[in-house]
Design a protein around this ligand. Structure first.
Ligand SMILES: [Fe+2]
Length: 453
């Protein structure tokens, strides 16, 4: 080989090495954040709640808690000094409001109260299986700080204030779900602070959050350090033994959170094997599933394009949807496309939009005036698919997927109410208008489970 060819090859190799080292350092550094992070709640269970927060100064964290703001008669203290803090309060009573105060004790210094007052509280979930009213909000692709994000958040909070639930104990919201891409642009720890924790601070201190993993979260290593996930069914469901995917129960609802970004969606993969067992095990009245990549979207991503997003939308449609529908899943939430799209009550549509057949649409109304009706949790009795990816920005798209009853290039959030046998879903825009609303009602008795032909 000629000398100049060798030199060029070595030069290219050196450049590739420099790029790889630079990228590694960038990714590594991106998983750290030094500074304060206000308290946030995770893994709620009828008898337990996880509290997390971060301090600039390392210290030993302590949570004092009790049923009245003026009488915090229980406490739990960390065993080591750290900046990132996590304590799981145990032996709590179900459906009970607890107030809390957080203290930090740096080594060799006096203890300091850092979060305190009547605004710091949470409410534990009711017993699993109990048909208590549930209200949860869904933010999709929320982690981009700016005017859209702030206005969507405020419109949701405003709507909740104007439409409170009747019982005084109930908080405005029981849970906050996300559909992934929780921090733009790369899911670094610092970006999580700017794009997620700071803007949603006043929600997160009272309302437990359940996030899913999106492609932007996957660019750094922070996501799994920041959040706590129930690998051992700490909040109900079936233990997944994985942080990437899990399930949990809240009242009479079973929630399933999947990783469509890094998780294999091949038939027989760990995630789908667990999903099959989890679905077979649950006896809950309702099933809600959330994951990042939408099975149907003609938005800023096109689910008919098999190369779009590495084929994840195709794989989720072909391999995950048949399992969910066979178990009678009611509502599927995804994001990724930065718009709002919402399907009819649907079954057995696992191919491209061209192949949508009339008999796959179980109800061709919008579900607003008359609720969609489903017999119990029968297999293939219909599922509504919602793309909510516009809680922080909107993009263009053809918005003409024939499975969709509603397609809007509008920013907003989704609010779900489940009260015993009826579910109501609303899309609340950046301006605070409810521009889509539908209900699903479970009917008594069993219908006929008709497999897909
Ligand atoms: Fe995405």
């Amino acid at each position: 080989m000629k000398v100049w060819v060798k030199r060029i090859a070595l030069g290219i190799l050196a450049l590739a090495l420099i790029y790889a080292v630079g990228r590694f350092i960038d990714v590594y550094l991106g998983s750290f954040y030094s500074g304060e992070r206000a308290p946030y709640l995770m893994m709620p269970a009828p008898h337990a709640m996880t509290l997390r927060w971060q301090t600039l100064e390392p210290g030993r964290g302590r949570v004092r808690f009790g049923r009245t703001a003026g009488k915090l008669d229980q406490q739990l203290t960390e065993t080591s000094v750290a900046e990132e803090h996590e304590l799981r309060l145990q032996k709590l009573e179900p459906a009970t409001r607890y107030y809390y105060q957080i203290e930090n004790q740096p080594a060799g210094k006096p203890e300091k109260i850092i979060y305190s007052g009547k605004d710091y509280w949470f409410v534990t979930p009711p017993r699993s299986g109990q048909a208590a009213p549930v209200r949860f909000a869904v933010l999709g692709d929320p982690g981009k700080a700016g005017v859209v994000q702030t206005e969507v958040r405020d419109a949701l909070l405003d709507w909740l204030k104007k439409n409170p639930r009747p019982r005084r104990l109930q908080p405005d919201l029981d849970l906050l779900l996300t559909t992934g891409d929780n921090a733009y642009r790369s899911g670094s720890n610092k970006q999580f602070q700017q794009g997620f924790f700071s803007p949603y601070e006043r929600i997160l201190k009272n309302v437990p959050v359940w996030p899913v993993y999106g492609n932007h979260d996957a660019r750094r290593w922070a996501f799994f350090d920041i959040f706590s996930f129930p690998t051992q069914a700490e909040s109900g469901g079936l233990a997944s033994n994985a942080e990437h995917y899990y399930s949990f129960d809240y009242a009479n609802v079973h929630f399933i959170m999947l990783d469509t970004q890094a998780g294999s969606m091949k038939v027989g993969s760990d995630m789908l094997d667990w999903l099959k067992r989890d679905l077979a095990a649950t006896r809950q009245d309702w099933i809600v599933a959330a994951f990042h990549h939408p099975p149907y979207s003609h938005g800023s991503h096109n689910s008919d394009e098999h190369r779009d997003s590495g084929g994840r939308m195709t794989r989720v449609r072909e391999n995950v949807l048949p399992m969910l529908e066979a178990a009678g899943a009611d509502l599927v939430l995804s994001g990724h496309s930065h718009m709002y799209e919402r399907s009819y009550l649907l079954r057995c549509h696992y191919a491209d939009s061209d192949n949508l057949q009339e008999n796959m649409l179980l109800d061709k109304t919008s579900g607003r005036e008359t609720p969609y009706k489903k017999p119990g949790r029968d297999a293939y009795s219909g599922t509504v698919y919602t793309v909510i990816g516009s809680s922080a920005k909107t993009n263009d798209g053809s918005l003409d997927h024939p499975a969709m009853a509603v397609s809007l290039a509008e920013a907003g959030s989704v609010l779900v109410d489940i009260d015993n046998q009826i579910m109501t879903v609303r899309f609340i825009t950046q301006q605070g208008r409810v521009v889509d609303q539908f209900s699903i009602q479970k009917t008594a008795g069993r219908g006929q489970a008709i497999p897909c032909s």
